[in-house]
Design a protein around this ligand. Structure first.
Ligand SMILES: Nc1ncnc2c1ncn2[C@@H]1O[C@H](COP(=O)(O)OP(=O)(O)OP(=O)(O)O)[C@@H](O)[C@H]1O
Ligand SMILES: [Mg+2]
Length: 366
C-alpha cells in the first residue's frame, strides 16, 4: 500500500444472514461480493449505483462499522478489518460519517453547541470547557453557520443548515477522511449544490479525503476525482470521473448515464435506460451479474464472470471494447439559467477553486 493511498479494500465480502449449512435453503444476502479499491489521500472518490447494490454496506465495512465476512480493509497503512477497543475509538475519530438524513441523525434535545462539541469529549478529553466552546465556534464558522447558533436547537434550522451542523459535528474530531452516504439526497435541489460545494471547500481547506456515495450521478459528476460504479455487490467500472463519464465502457454505466435527464432547449429528455429490475442479491445471476439486463449479452456472459481489468480506467465486461465505441453521451450542458448557475457552481467546486457558497445562513433558501 503506497503512502498516497489512505484507504484500501482487498477482495472485501459482506454477506448478511444465511444459515450456513449446505442443506439449508436460506441463502445469505451477498451485499458486497469481492470489492477491491484504493482511495488516495486528498481525493474525492464517488461510489455510485442503484438502490440495493451495496453502496452503504461497502461504506460501513470501509469504516469498520461492520466487520467484513471476508477480505480486508487497510486505513493509513493498518489492517482495520477486525479492529477493536482503543484502535476502534481512534478510527472513529479519523474517519467520520455524514448521514443522509440531517433530521433523524441529530438528537433534537441537544443544542447545536452540545451536538458539535460532543465528539470532542471523546476524542479530545483534555480540552477545557472554554477551549471547547471556542472550537465549536470555529467549526460552526467553517461550515457557514454563526457561533451564536450554538445555543439553538436542530428544529430551528432548515434542512441545508442541519446538514451543515452534521458536517461540523463530523469535523470536530479532525478526521482524515469523511464518508458521506447520500449526503444531499434528502435536501431540496436548490440547497444540494451549496452543501456539495461546502464539502469540496472543506476538503481543500482541511486536506481531507472525501468519499461520496450517491445513486444520482448528477450529484457527484462534477465533484469527484474518481468514481466506482457498483452493480449487485461488485464494482463494474472504476476510473477518473472525467473518463468514466465521457467514455463509459460498461453497459451498466452507460445505462445509468443515459438515464440522467438532459435539458434540450426547454424540454428535459431522458433516454431509454435499464431493462427490468435489480435481481436479488441472495440469488445473483451466474457469470456477469448484469447479464439479465444487458442489451449486449452473449453466451460467455452467462457462463463466466468478467474480472475488473485495465490500468487506471477499469471495466468488468467481456465485450467492453466493442460496446464502448457505440456509446453516445448525453449532452452535458443544461440550457435553463437556473440549471446553468447550478452547474457553474459544480464546475467551480470540481476545479477546487474559490467557491462562493452562501455563508450567511439567514439568507439561505431551503
Ligand atoms: N443488516 C442487513 N441485514 C440483511 N440484509 C441487509 C442488511 N443491510 C443491507 N442488506 C441488504 O444488502 C443489500 C445492499 O444494501 P445496501 O444498503 O448496502 O444498498 P445501497 O446501495 O446502499 O442502497 P440504497 O441506495 O437504497 O441506500 C440490499 O439487498 C439490502 O437489503
Ligand atoms: Mg444506501
Amino acid at each position: 500500500m503506497s503512502d498516497d493511498v489512505i484507504l484500501e479494500a482487498v477482495d472485501v465480502v459482506k454477506h448478511f444472514g444465511g444459515s450456513g449449512g449446505w442443506l439449508s435453503k436460506k441463502r445469505p444476502v451477498q451485499a458486497v461480493d469481492g470489492v477491491s479499491l484504493q482511495i488516495r489521500r486528498g481525493e474525492t472518490f464517488a461510489i455510485v449505483g442503484e438502490s440495493g447494490c451495496g453502496k452503504s454496506t461497502l461504506a460501513r465495512v470501509l469504516m469498520r462499522l461492520l466487520e467484513p465476512t471476508d477480505g480486508s480493509v487497510r486505513f493509513d497503512g493498518k489492517d482495520i478489518s477486525h479492529a477493536q477497543g482503543t484502535d476502534l475509538t481512534a478510527l472513529r475519530g479519523d474517519m467520520q460519517f455524514i448521514f443522509q438524513d440531517p433530521f433523524s441523525s441529530l438528537n433534537p434535545r441537544m443544542s447545536v453547541g452540545k451536538l458539535v462539541g460532543e465528539p470532542l469529549e471523546v476524542h479530545a478529553p483534555e480540552m477545557g470547557a472554554q477551549d471547547r466552546r471556542a472550537r465549536v465556534a470555529t467549526l460552526l464558522q467553517q461550515v457557514g453557520l454563526r457561533p451564536e447558533h450554538a445555543d439553538r436547537y436542530p428544529h430551528e434550522f432548515s434542512g441545508g443548515q442541519r446538514q451543515r451542523i452534521g458536517i461540523a459535528r463530523a469535523l470536530a474530531a479532525e478526521p482524515k477522511l469523511l464518508i458521506g452516504d447520500e449526503p444531499v439526497s434528502a435536501l431540496d435541489v436548490s440547497v444540494q449544490a451549496q452543501v456539495i460545494n461546502l464539502l469540496a471547500d472543506l476538503r481543500g481547506a482541511l486536506g481531507l479525503t472525501l468519499v461520496v456515495i450517491a445513486h444520482d450521478l448528477g450529484v457527484i459528476r462534477h465533484m469527484s476525482d474518481r468514481v466506482a460504479v457498483m452493480y449487485l455487490g461488485r464494482i463494474v467500472e472504476m476510473g477518473r470521473a472525467e473518463e468514466v463519464f465521457a467514455a463509459p465502457r460498461h453497459p451498466y454505466t452507460q445505462a445509468l448515464l443515459a438515464a440522467i435527464p438532459v435539458m434540450d432547449g426547454a424540454r428535459p429528455q431522458t433516454r431509454p435506460s435499464l431493462l427490468g429490475e435489480l435481481p436479488s442479491p441472495s440469488d445473483p445471476p451466474t457469470g456477469c451479474r448484469f447479464h439479465t439486463r444487458c442489451p449486449h449479452k452473449q453466451d460467455l456472459c452467462v457462463a463466466q464472470s468478467p474480472a475488473l481489468a485495465g490500468e487506471g480506467h477499469q471495466t468488468a465486461c467481456h465485450y467492453w471494447e466493442e460496446i464502448a465505441g457505440a456509446f453516445e453521451p448525453p449532452a452535458p450542458v443544461p440550457k435553463s439559467p437556473a440549471a446553468e448557475a447550478r452547474f457553474a457552481l459544480y464546475r467551480a467546486a470540481a476545479a477546487g477553486g474559490a467557491v462562493h457558497h452562501k455563508t450567511d445562513p439567514a439568507t439561505e433558501e431551503d
